[in-house]
Each structure stands twice: as C-alpha cells, then as structure tokens.
Ligand binder design. Sequence first.
Ligand SMILES: NC(=O)c1ccc[n+]([C@@H]2O[C@H](COP(=O)([O-])OP(=O)(O)OC[C@H]3O[C@@H](n4cnc5c(N)ncnc54)[C@H](OP(=O)(O)O)[C@@H]3O)[C@@H](O)[C@H]2O)c1
Length: 306
Amino acid sequence: MASLPFASRAAPSLTADTTAEQATAGLDLRGRTVVVTGCNSGIGQETMRVLALRGAHVIGTARTLDKGRVACAAIEGRATPVALELTDFDSIKACSDEIRAMGMPIDALVCNAGIVLDDLQQVHGLEKQFVVNHLGHHLLVRRLLDRVIAAPQGRVVVLGSSSERNAPPGGIQFDDLSGRSWDKGRYAHSKLANGLFSLALAHGLATAGTRATSNCVSPGHVRSNILRNVDYGYRPDARSVQQGAATPCWLAASPAAARLNGGFFQDFAPADQSAHQQDRAMAARLWRVSEELVRDYLPIAGDRRA
Ligand SMILES: NC(=O)c1ccc[n+]([C@@H]2O[C@H](COP(=O)([O-])OP(=O)(O)OC[C@H]3O[C@@H](n4cnc5c(N)ncnc54)[C@H](OP(=O)(O)O)[C@@H]3O)[C@@H](O)[C@H]2O)c1
C-alpha cells in the first residue's frame, strides 16, 4: 500500500457537477458499515442518505440523540443514530464505546462534522474550531481505528477544505493552540489540521502493513448550513450538498478509490494543496501533540500510530 496517492484522474463521467447518487450509481454496499459524523445537516446528511440508499448500514452521529434520530428516520435504508458532541471528550468516548459494542468492523469512517466561527471561542483552553473539526475527530478515529483496520478494506475519509491554504504563517500554531495570538485563519488552521491528521494516519496505516486507508477531501464551496455562525453568505457559484457529498461518498465506497491513501481530493481527483499540508514532519508533530491533549482517553487496543 503506497502512502501517497496514485496519480489518479477522475473518470470522464465524474465531474464537479456529479452528485453523490451519480458517483455511487450501481454500488452495492449491503453488508458494509459506515460511520458519518454530523449526519443531521449538509454534506453529512447527504453522505448518510446516499450510502444508506446503496445498502450500507450507516451509523450517523449528531450532537444530540434526538437530532440523530430525526435524521436517521428521514432516510431510506438502515441508519442508526448515536450522540456525539465533539467538544466533549466523554461524549466521544461514549460514542465510540457504543459503536464498538455493535461489534462489527467499520468499512468507512467519515469525519465530516465541523463548524465555522468568526470570533475567538475556546474549549479546554483551545481554539474551538481546532477542537471540533480536528481534535475531537482525532480522538474518535483513534478509539475506533482497530474496527476500521478489521474491515476488509477500511477507509477513513476526513472532510478538509482548500481553505487550508489560508492558515496562519508557519502552519499549525503549536506554540499557541488557544488561538489568542492569531486572529486570522482559525478555520483554515483547523482544516490544515484535518489534512495533516489524514496524512499522518495514512502513513501509519501503510507502515503497519494494513489494508486500511485515510484520505482528506475538499467538498468545494457548498451551500449547506456551515455559515450559520458568521455574517457572510455563500458565493453565487456555491454547489449543492448533493454535489458536495459526491467525492466524500466516492472515497468512502467506490472500488476505484480502494488503493488511494494519504491524498487530498476534490472532484474525484488529487487537488492542489499547500506545502504545509504535505509536510510529514508537521503531520507527525500534530499527531503527537493531539495525542497528548487527549491522552486520558487513549489508548485503545489495535491503535496505529503515525
Ligand atoms: N460547506 C462548505 O462550503 C464546506 C467547504 C469546505 C469544507 N467543508 C467541511 O464539510 C464538513 C461538513 O460541513 P457542512 O458544510 O455540511 O456544514 P453543516 O451543514 O453546518 O453541518 C455540520 C455538521 O457538523 C455538526 N457539528 C457542529 N459542531 C459540532 C460539535 N461540536 N460536535 C458534533 N457535531 C458538530 C453539526 O451539528 P449541528 O447541526 O447540531 O450543529 C452538523 O451536523 C465540515 O467539516 C466543513 O468544514 C464544508
């Protein structure tokens, strides 16, 4: 298993306009289990809907069980709601314990939930988008990783963003993760962390000789609910959630993506990314720092380190 993406090109039929239903047409996902975080809104909701439509059992997480129940009840196919609040490490532990207790391997774990904030907000003394978008998912993945590795070809798919390029100078702000000393690029910083997490994980999975993979995906600019906390809107060229969920679904389920590992994708093909997001030393350092921040909630047997 290569730890860098193969130079894949999107099939001619797969374009920026392709929807998740079109990208997964003909797939039979019966017998597969997929976890999608943030299943009650936007890209996560559409990812859950379409993968369940293709036959997968989707475990959909939402911040409250009620929100998850409503989302899961609204779709065709098999979907199981689980509560997950990514700012709360006890909630992440409870969520992973509940999923582990279901007893099956995880064929795909889609780390989708996320927030965009304008102002500085903190949790655990850390910048909040870093916690929700990156650190909470780091912990969730670490606590479920042996279940992903146990699948015939388990996949982690991390929702990143091309805005990672707008992270503060120097990339991850290891000297001040509180966000106090850098007022620009906090969302971009968290999305750079998503990309680096996926890169480190991909390297660890390959080095350990597993068949499991990890890739990061930019969904493009999508008219979802992501801008609910800010005072600006979507550009006129924003795409639909049906289009935004297409490449995440393809990475999670398509046989064409089975051998991709450690890549950053948009529209079914490798996408341009910053030098920071390809920096393996930064990725390994972020892995160690994140691990330290959630140390009390680790380890889990079968974990793979970067
Ligand atoms: N939309 C875009 O243009 C765009 C572009 C690049 C990347 N992305 C990425 O795509 C992913 C999905 O975003 P979206 O556009 O679909 O946004 P969305 O419609 O706002 O959905 C975000 C989801 O994340 C959940 N969430 C937020 N805070 C959470 C927390 N603390 N704990 C657990 N779950 C939480 C939300 O739950 P609630 O509804 O309960 O708040 C919701 O289910 C994000 O990672 C985002 O960064 C989006």
